[in-house]
Design a binder for this molecule. Structure first.
Ligand SMILES: C[S@@+](CC[C@H](N)C(=O)[O-])C[C@H]1O[C@@H](n2cnc3c(N)ncnc32)[C@H](O)[C@@H]1O
Length: 238
């Protein structure tokens, strides 16, 4: 899984940049909701933020302009993507720490060294690369990393209740052939191969029960968009 990700995101980072440029995955709408929630929950507060599977952080940074960041910590397997982070988060004027590692290992390391030190933990379109049991374990670790009153925001793809993974993959990938015209045939093939081998989205019910099992208090679903298969969950510690 990790090797495949390094491949697609190191050698084909341009594919993801095209996807962002044309908003094929619906980043703009879901990140706008995230921005609104951050303003509601953390108005005038200086934030220590952890970004799990940050990529090049370009979309998150654009939607953090209304927040006040003290520090930004990003974890990603892709060295090429991480190299772009300092420029993309530069306008946030905060301390930047980057961890070029698998997020499972990096989160484990952070729970030993920085438990209770983040106000906001965010993960965008990354946790679906691990299966439900690992996701559930990560939710528990993420809660340990938060300060009291901190929040975890999860943006990810999600599967419909009762839908098989095979049916999800066919449904999710269909528009890559019919609507994602900015990608050429080779790029579409690479993307399909990657998604079919690496994506393990959970259902909304499953994600919400993971939040409850990890001890998060007020898990809110701010978006469940079946068209893009995007979900935004916001959950608090105490
Ligand atoms: C679809 S991109 C999302 C990037 C960004 N968070 C966003 O919302 O646009 C997924 C990112 O997760 C990273 N990733 C996937 N699996 C990972 C893992 N096990 N450990 C660390 N990073 C991982 C990839 O390298 C990639 O940059």
């Amino acid at each position: 899984m990790s090797t495949d990700y390094n491949h697609i995101f190191n050698q084909h980072w341009t594919i993801y940049q095209k996807i962002l440029q044309h908003d094929y995955m619906g980043h703009q709408a879901v990140f706008a909701l995230l921005e609104g929630s951050l303003v509601t929950h953390f108005a005038d507060q200086s934030l220590d933020l952890l970004d799990i599977g940050c990529g090049d952080a370009q979309t998150l940074a654009a939607f953090l302009q209304t927040s006040n960041l003290c520090s930004y910590t990003g974890i990603d397997l892709s060295k090429e993507a991480l190299e772009l982070v300092p420029k993309n988060v530069g306008s946030l004027n905060c301390a930047v720490t980057l961890m070029n590692d698998d997020f499972v290992a990096a989160i484990e390391q952070l729970t030993l060294e920085q438990a209770g030190q983040f106000d906001v933990i965010f993960s965008g379109f990354a946790l679906h690369h691990v299966q439900d049991d690992m996701k559930a374990a990560l939710f528990a670790k993420i809660k340990q990393l938060l300060k009291p009153h901190g929040r975890f925001y999860l943006i990810d793809v999600y599967q419909q209740e009762g839908e098989s993974r095979a049916a999800y993959l066919d449904r999710y990938l269909a528009p890559t052939f019919t609507h994602w015209h900015a990608l050429d045939e080779h790029e579409i093939e690479l993307l399909n191969t990657h998604v079919r081998s690496s994506d393990y989205p959970s259902t909304r019910t499953k994600l919400e029960s993971m939040a409850g099992d990890a001890g998060f208090t007020d898990c809110e679903c701010l978006l469940a968009d079946p068209t893009h298969s995007n979900i935004l969950l916001s959950m608090g510690k105490y």
